[in-house]
Design a protein around this ligand. Structure first.
Ligand code: GSH
Length: 228
């Protein structure tokens, strides 16, 4: 099959939503043509496919547009799920989706306010950005301690092997840890730290973090996942 016949994946390397989509696409071995996007200069074809203009977006071979990262993960894993990410070893799919739901709402809120307090203080009538960041870091840390307790039991969020929740959440914990790595490493969450370190060192992550030039309509087609 030629590259131009493959589903199109609009992505941005460091976006945690795009990272989780690429993790699922790579593990499922679903070949796509990758279009690396510059967020401040989005391609017209992306905006036509998905006017909300977020990444990741998949346009399937029959023209269906999937514009939510979790839906892209499910699409890829429904085709092929060699690690059984859709079936957690412990608990069930609704518990897994609840964990991801908390990540995508409350934890993401805390993460954004901790990472970029200056962008948000005005919304909450706060004047001191450092105080503001600290407040949201406390809120985020409460949840991360809960994740640590889960991870301490079996190594992964829902058992002894990774599932969708691990892969959907890890890119956001990575971002949180990067804000102040020394502070993160000093917290009483050894199982969380070990889980993150392990994921950061994984060959799968290396595969999905390959750097590609920004796509333009004139670009050569790029296959994702890269050949092993
Ligand atoms: N709910 C969406 C969120 C995706 C999202 O917000 N992506 C960010 C990049 S990390 C984005 O595209 N933002 C639009 C922009 O910055 O213009 C998903 O899960 O795919």
């Amino acid at each position: 099959m030629s590259l131009s016949d493959l589903p199109i994946l609009y992505s941005f390397r460091r976006c945690p939503y795009a990272m989780r989509a690429r993790l699922a696409i790579a593990v499922s071995g679903t070949a796509c043509q990758l279009r690396e996007v510059v967020l401040r200069d989005k391609p017209e074809s992306l905006l036509q496919a998905s006017p909300k203009g977020t990444v990741p977006v998949v346009v399937t071979t029959d023209g269906k547009v999937i514009a939510e990262s979790l839906d892209i993960m499910r699409w890829a894993l429904t085709r092929n799920d060699p690690g059984r990410w859709l079936q957690p070893e412990q608990g069930d799919a609704s518990e897994m989706l609840a964990l991801i739901g908390y990540n995508d709402s409350d934890f993401k809120r805390d993460l954004d306010r901790y990472k970029y307090p200056d962008r948000h203080t005005h919304q909450d009538d706060f004047t001191d950005a450092a105080d503001y960041a600290a407040r949201y870091r406390v809120s985020a840390a409460q949840w991360l301690l809960e994740l640590d307790a889960r991870l301490a039991k079996h190594g992964y969020l829902m058992g002894s092997r990774p599932c969708l929740a691990d892969m959907a959440i890890a890119p956001f914990v990575r971002q949180f840890a990067q804000v102040d790595r020394d502070w993160f490493d000093a917290q009483p969450w050894p199982a969380l730290s070990a889980w993150l370190v392990d994921w950061l060192a994984s060959p799968l992550l290396a595969r999905i973090m390959h750097k590609y030039p920004a796509w333009t309509p004139e670009s050569e087609l790029v296959r994702f996942p890269p050949q092993e």
